[in-house]
Ligand binder design. Structure first.
Ligand code: IPE
Ligand code: IPE
Ligand code: MG
Length: 265
């Protein structure tokens, strides 16, 4: 039986997020320049997006460039920007054809003008697409995002638009760049590192983590299915005991972790 046939279509994650790591080491191991690894990584994005669409997973987030990545050598940063601009320009028509809505989270004001313009165009042109959501985390870090949200909440309190006593988890959630997007059910990190590298610290509070040594350029459709299968074998307890879990709800379609924890309460 092939991997895809073993996947239970009723227990799919609604949102898969991926820390796409290992491009540089993939290239170095082949005695290539690091940028060659980044180029090859674009092909993996296509494969994984296709796999997610095929399964009917509605949200896919790709961690493409972190706040900390700005500290890499200028040459590598520039190559990454060029690569991104080319990939976006090349793919926009295909994305529209496949009804993919592109979102971007991160501090895009830091991007060079030409990169921000290309990204804005793609976001604008795919804005009415509804079948699949691709979220690109670019110039993103979770601490940056939480700091922005904190500032906004303080501003609203000072302006009298929000009462301190009304602040709850939803107040924070709705001021993050991910507002309107369900929390990741599954977080995949390729490249062998066992860390989260400043990614969605709030949103991944109850995500299932899947780590693989496979470098991102080697990660393809089958690897994605393997991660989904492992996810489907996990029991998500949200602090409760196994006995408290509701079997019917666990096997229902596209249940988000928020739905599940609300129902279990
Ligand atoms: C991930 O690959 C891509 C980015 C962070 C932009 P890396 O470039 O981090 O690859 P390694 O970890 O050095 O192999
Ligand atoms: C995390 O990878 C960021 C992205 C994949 C975009 P890094 O390679 O930058 O992470 P660290 O430095 O190893 O934690
Ligand atoms: Mg890395």
């Amino acid at each position: 039986m092939s991997l895809i046939d073993r996947i239970n279509p009723k227990r799919l994650p609604a949102h898969v997020a991926i820390i796409m790591d290992g491009n540089g080491r993939w290239a170095i191991s082949r005695e290539l320049e690091r940028v060659e690894g980044h180029k090859e990584g674009v092909a993996s994005i296509r494969k994984v997006m296709e796999a997610a669409r095929k399964l009917g997973i509605p949200y896919l987030t790709l961690y493409a460039f972190s706040t900390e990545n700005w500290d890499r050598p200028a040459e590598e940063v520039n190559s990454l920007m060029d690569l991104m601009v080319h990939a976006i320009a090349e793919e926009t028509e295909e994305l529209k054809k496949n009804h993919v809505k592109v979102h971007c989270i991160g501090d895009i004001d830091r991007l060079p003008d030409y990169a921000r313009t290309a990204l804005d165009k793609c976001i604008r042109e795919t804005a009415s697409c509804t079948k699949f959501n691709m979220i690109i985390a670019l110039s993103y870090s979770s601490k940056w995002e939480l700091t922005q949200a904190t500032r906004q909440i303080v501003r609203e309190v000072i302006n009298g638009e929000l009462r301190e006593s009304d602040i709850d988890e939803e107040t924070v959630t709705s001021r993050l760049t991910t507002r309107g997007i369900p929390n990741p059910d599954l977080l995949i990190r390729t490249g062998g590192e066992l860390r989260i590298s400043n990614f969605m610290l709030w949103q991944c509070a109850y995500s299932e983590f899947y780590f693989t040594d496979t470098y991102w350029p080697d990660f393809g459709e089958e690897d994605f299915y393997k991660a989904i299968l492992e996810f489907q074998g996990r029991e998500r307890r949200y602090g409760k005991t196994s006995e408290q879990l509701v079997p019917d709800l666990l096997s229902s379609d596209a249940v988000t972790d928020d739905d599940l924890s609300a129902t279990l309460n």
